[in-house]
Design a protein around this ligand. Structure first.
Ligand SMILES: N[C@@H](CCC(=O)N[C@@H](CS)C(=O)NCC(=O)O)C(=O)O
Length: 292
């Protein structure tokens, strides 16, 4: 016990990536809420997943785990992670998981209002003209689910997918459902003419999409009954579903009858990663409004 606590102290003071990794491992194996006198710094608790509260010579201090880089497994050199993103979109989900992983990443916001996603430069890297798009050391990865799996594999300490192989597949299945089952109906409400060019049918397209979504949110509500998250802790599907639910609410679907979904949404809103995302989104929207 004393050796582990000493590791924590070192991690708090030294703060190299390896030390923080040790600290995190120590925390996952022990309860963080103990006081262990180890020289000058005493760990007294953990606020959220990454913010630590400790005493330094009797003075209360709070520190945040520094962002970590994904290291290239051959060279050991930190990899450059870039997320192409746009406010409101499903690119919010990988922003949340990268933040949960305390990953060091750069966000390149695209202004959809100005058509930046259909610019020749962007089409060169993503002919699908969509976000999210992840670029890792110049290598391009599209599609939310592949991106989420890459993040989960690259930052295993964040446990963004369940450890059990069958449960992991269940998580991938859930994300596929968010992306291929729920998202297309949300997209229809967002832009009915993209799926039906018969004049004066917009309202009908929206109504049908909303009815389908109600059925899908009911399924999610049943899955979330009696649980905080889809699995026994926060995982990537929670981030993806959070985005689906947020979009549904933005379209003023009445989701209030889905009690477990509502509780999940509120729980997600409390997470520091989501708070960070919302603040970031606001700043980008303000920037885009100025540029309009
Ligand atoms: N299947 C893709 C869907 C991505 C997607 O539809 N993104 C929307 C934003 S939510 C987008 O970029 N739309 C722009 C467009 O279609 O031009 C995924 O899951 O990554």
């Amino acid at each position: 016990m004393r050796r582990k606590a000493a590791t924590w102290t070192l991690a708090l003071i030294g703060g190299t990536e390896g030390m923080w990794h040790n600290l995190e491992q120590a925390i996952s194996q022990n309860t963080p809420e103990f006081i262990e006198p180890t020289g000058v710094t005493h760990m007294v608790g953990m606020l959220g997943r990454r913010v630590f509260h400790f005493l330094d010579n009797g003075k209360q201090c709070t520190t945040e785990m520094p962002q970590r880089s994904k290291l290239d497994h051959r060279t050991g050199v930190p990899m450059e992670i870039v997320l192409y993103y746009a406010p409101i979109t499903c690119a919010l989900a990988p922003f949340i998981t990268l933040t949960e992983a305390v990953a060091k990443f750069e966000v390149r916001p695209l202004n959809f209002g100005k058509g930046q996603h259909t610019s020749p430069e962007y089409l060169k890297i993503n002919p699908k003209h969509k976000v999210p798009l992840l670029v890792v050391d110049g290598k391009i990865l599209s599609e939310s689910i592949a991106i989420q799996i890459w993040i989960a594999r690259s930052f295993p300490q964040a446990k963004l997918l369940p450890a059990d192989p069958w449960q992991e597949l269940q998580a991938i299945s859930l994300m596929s459902w968010c992306s291929g089952g729920i998202h297309p109906f949300l997209a229809r409400i967002n832009s009915p003419p993209r799926v039906c060019d018969v004049p004066r049918t917009d309202e009908s397209v929206k109504k049908l999409a909303a009815a389908n979504l109600m059925e899908l949110f009911k399924i999610a509500d049943d899955l979330l009954a009696g649980r905080e998250f889809f699995f026994d802790h926060f995982t990537a599907p929670d981030a993806h579903f959070f985005w689906c639910q947020r979009r549904g609410r933005q379209f003023e679907l009445d989701l209030s009858k889905f009690k477990h979904c509502t509780e999940h949404f509120e729980r997600m809103m409390q997470r520091p990663s989501v708070q960070k995302l919302l603040a970031f989104e606001k700043s980008i929207q303000a920037e885009f409004a100025k540029a309009a």
